[in-house]
Design a protein around this ligand. Structure first.
Ligand code: ADP
Ligand code: MG
Length: 680
């Protein structure tokens, strides 16, 4: 047996268990070995029976006094068993496991772990975990706690892992080259795998974990650096002239740029005059004015005789961009062409012709702008808005449409800098860290559904004063039909509750044209309240909207809540964000409370990471980051930095990974990314 063997070859894994493991994505021994513990329990300190304290998980060694007794409480059967050590006795209780009556041998000693409770003065430990103390017992230890799925218990999983480890002991090959392991003091692979599951000591655990985290980051970084090198080797970039055009353009805007916007423009100016291809990410909170920066860069490009294109992730947003670009560009004699998937054929043909002949200098659209059949006349600048919706590959496709056009990527997802370095490892980063003047902070409240009447009264009042409101119903995962029903039902209910308000509703299943119409009506003030799912979250700009009401707020990530909140507070009036949730978990409450405390997207994203862990924050779908098996993007930043250095050193030594000592690594990397779509 080796690591590639199917798990069914292990003694205790039969057909049914094989299926159950398969459902968890575990098929081979190697998959099993990479099923890392979620946490650990320290059973290395052992408590005497008389010293057991209430409500705290503790480990003790005790002998079984006599056979267990089964009984019944209504529908519940229970088993009681007395155990003892030299200091006292305690009762163990299991429910609905009648076999526990004889599962433990009378007179034998076991290691138990559980919480003591007191009932009518009796000391009981309910459903303790137990483990026989064999001859090789060397005191309690640190035990792993695994993510499980139905039909597989913690005890089983530990057993599988112990068996798998035994089967491959000492045979796992080392992929990290020796020089790297030496330089970064990384534990050897066999040791690491053994000790991540069953650590001999605390120190062994830390060494094991550090090695595995390093490896995971290292593979990712190496892949990213290689991608970046491919992008960089694309040749030299267009050198833009007429630097004054950038200055001059600012006079055409209805406002003065903030100093943060100017600073970013300065960085762009430098990039586009250096003779290299710009690959820059502009990060800025919602409402920080990224569009104006994009416009300035586009204007400059156009003054140099090139075309500029901006690609937005949704039709709504693309349409809105088209409108704002036209507003500013049309009076300057710059032609703006629009492209989208749902466009009428004739209109599209016209746009395509304009683009190909160079009559249109500015192109705005959705994914349609990178499709086959779109030929640019002379493309100089590619802008993508809301980057997290696009993959590198798409960005690359867009870049290939011209001869080395510059690339500007804009995102409102505030990501701590260290993380941005991984997510966008192939880009330079600019940050707009200032909002335009005169913005009022949005009043954010977290309430329970008990406040519903008051909330609706408040909505009514705002509408009476001429304002508008958004209401967000949660998305129903993987069931669009239910989701539509949900939104429809809710808006009907709301219309009945608020007879004086004009309630409209929009959802993801609607035709683009219909969606467009409803959004336009809302933007024009023909409707008062817009009910929707998050599908339409991105980018819409209605300054008269002052209320954002979010139902089941606990289901959203903080970063997402922040994005939604950014839809209001765009005008002169005071705006409000109301988070409705009945979740009573401590973390859930803390998260919503955090939203009420700060409006700073960066603070919020850090908090989100702390409270939820990056697994959720970086849902693979949302951010395109490969899921990490063991590394924690937030807590392991120190190791991440080392891994980055290591990856850079590796590629300097051996850019193609063709040296003998790097072949296992290359293979591992290919295997690692197989099945993962590297949509970074
Ligand atoms: P985002 O960064 O979220 O894309 P936008 O570019 O849509 O933000 O800008 C949000 C709003 O702020 C728009 O209405 C825009 O006209 C306005 N705006 C942008 N920059 C400034 C500025 N320097 N001064 C005043 N208003 C600005
Ligand atoms: Mg925007």
């Amino acid at each position: 047996m080796d690591k590639h063997s199917p798990v069914s070859e292990l003694k205790h894994i039969g057909e049914q268990r094989t299926k159950r493991l398969q459902r968890m994505g575990i098929e081979t021994v190697e998959d099993l070995l990479e099923h890392y513990p979620r946490e650990y329990k320290d059973r290395s300190s052992i408590v005497m029976v008389s010293a057991l304290e209430e409500n705290e998980e503790q480990t003790f060694i005790a002998k079984v006094k006599g056979e267990g007794q089964n009984g019944r409480h209504g529908r519940l059967t229970y088993t009681r068993l007395r155990v003892y050590d030299e200091t006292g006795e305690v009762t163990l209780v299991w429910y609905n496991q009648p076999y526990m009556k004889t599962a433990l041998k009378v007179g034998e000693a076991y290691l138990f772990t559980g919480k003591l409770s007191r009932k009518y003065g009796r000391r009981e430990v309910i459903s303790p975990e137990y483990e026989k103390i064999g001859e090789d017992f060397a005191g309690g230890r640190i035990v792993p706690v695994y993510p499980l799925s139905e039909g597989i218990s913690q005890k089983m999983m530990r057993g599988f892992l112990a068996e798998a480890l035994e089967a491959v002991r000492g045979t796992l090959s080392e992929e990290l080259p020796l020089w790297l392991r030496k330089e970064y003091a990384l534990a050897e692979r066999n040791f690491a795998v053994q000790n991540i599951h069953f650590p001999m000591t605390e120190e062994a655990f830390y060494d094991a974990r550090r090695r595995l985290v390093f490896e995971e980051f290292f593979l990712l970084q190496t892949a990213l650096f290689r991608l970046r090198n491919t992008l960089l080797s694309q040749g030299s970039g267009i050198v833009m002239k007429k630097k004054k055009a950038l200055e001059e353009f600012q006079a055409y805007l209805p406002f003065a740029l903030t100093s943060a916007q100017k600073k970013v423009l300065e960085e762009i100016r430098e990039d586009m005059t250096k003779g290299k291809i710009m690959n820059r990410l502009v990060q800025g909170d919602v409402g920080s004015g990224k569009t104006a920066v994009a416009m300035a860069a586009a204007y400059w490009t156009i003054q140099n005789g090139y075309q500029a294109v901006i690609m937005a992730p949704t039709e709504v947003l693309a349409e809105q961009h088209a409108q704002s670009f036209r507003e500013i560009f049309a009076p300057l004699g710059i032609r703006v062409a629009y492209l989208s998937g749902s466009q009428k054929a004739k209109e599209k043909r016209l746009s395509l012709a304009e683009i190909a002949e160079g009559r249109a200098q500015m192109i705005v659209g959705t994914h349609a702008v990178i499709q086959k059949g779109v030929d640019y006349h002379k493309l100089g600048l590619v802008i993508t808005d809301e980057q997290h919706r696009f993959g590198v590959r798409q960005r690359g496709m867009l870049a290939q449409k011209g001869e080395n056009p510059h690339v500007l990527v804009m995102t409102a997802t505030p990501i701590p800098r260290t993380l941005a370095l991984i997510l966008y490892g192939d880009l330079d980063i600019s940050i707009i860290d200032e909002l335009p003047p005169g913005r009022k902070a949005i009043d954010t409240l977290a309430v329970t559904t008990a406040y519903r009447k008051r909330i609706y009264a408040f909505l009514q009042k705002q509408v009476k004063e001429g304002r508008q409101a958004y209401v967000i119903c949660p998305m129903i995962e993987e069931n669009e039909k239910l989701e539509v029903e949900n939104v429809l039902e809710y808006s009907q209910m709301l219309a009945a509750e608020l007879p004086q308000c004009r309630v409209a509703c929009v959802h993801g299943k609607m035709k683009a044209a219909e969606k467009q119409e409803i959004m336009a009506a809302f933007a024009a003030g023909h409707t008062d309240v817009l009910v929707s799912t998050t599908v339409i979250e991105v980018g819409i700009n209605v300054p008269n909207a002052t209320v954002m009401l979010i139902e089941n707020a606990e289901r959203f990530g903080l970063a997402q809540l922040h994005q939604l909140r950014g839809r209001v507070g765009r005008g002169a009036e005071q705006s409000y964000c109301i988070l409705v949730s009945d979740a009573d978990g401590k973390i859930a409450r803390q998260r919503l409370k955090a939203m009420t405390k700060t409006g700073d997207g960066f603070v919020i994203s850090e908090m989100d990471l702390k409270l939820r862990g990056p697994g959720e924050f970086f849902g693979t779908r949302q951010h395109g980051l490969p899921e990490m098996k063991i590394a924690n993007l937030y807590r392991d930043t120190e190791i991440l930095k080392e891994a980055q250095k290591g990856a850079a050193a590796l590629l300097k030594k051996d850019p193609e990974l063709s040296l003998e000592e790097h072949l296992p690594l290359k293979e591992k990397m290919e295997q690692w990314f197989r099945g993962k779509s590297l949509e970074l």
